[in-house]
Design a protein around this ligand. Sequence first.
Ligand code: GLN
Length: 262
Amino acid sequence: MKLIKKILVSILAAAIVAACFAGCSKSENDKNTGTSGTKTLVMATNAEFPPYEYFENEQIVGIDAEIAKAICDKLGYELKIEHIDFDSIIPGVQGGKYDFGMAGMTASEERLENVNFTQSYATGIQAIIVPENSNIKTADDLSKGGVTIGVQKGTTGDIYCTDDIESKNLGTVERYNKGADAVMALTSGKVDCVVIDNEPAKVFVEKNKGLKLLDSAYTEESYAIAVSKDNDALLKELDKALGELIADGTVKQIIDKYIPAE
Ligand code: GLN
């Protein structure tokens, strides 16, 4: 079931990109056509998601920030990154307030109804954080009944747990604005576990004593860049540059810098 979900998302993302390539023309890009070196692309992110995006000395750094910079350098754009709530990214991109959204964002079927996605540049796993002495041992234990799950609002962790567990009355979902707040609720015993992407999960477990990551993950997903459905030319530009940066090893190099091999 989960594998089917994942495959479907990949196929859909590829289909959307392919459809754009077949149908779009340069003139459709009203804002950002050309690579003159003077235009700015505004990226929306939520810098609460280490190591993909986080604040360091008041600057947003991380895997997404570096990949976005490499893409913009390649295309001759200036890059401006704005930090907003995670669940405001899709509406902001959809409405044209931001040129693209990059936030460890899963190219999900639901989001594809509102925005387009480039090809994927990384994989995420919905991981489960529990206290070291927890009775929760596997992902299946989450739906055994009576478990309170902490998530970051509007993330796929929220959506899966809401759809698969809470809406079937098998457990409760508590939603927090930041992943770090969900983890704080876990350390203070307000929730029994936190479902969140594995890389930030590792960072949070490292920073908080008495927590551990379960080996059993919830599901696997693909991260991609979100672009407005009205800006096919930009989608094409970003996707092409991203594809080249994947092919020449730049993306892997950036990811390896932030996520050392285990
Ligand atoms: N990958 C998850 C999602 O897209 C979480 C992303 C995030 O919290 N920045 O919903």
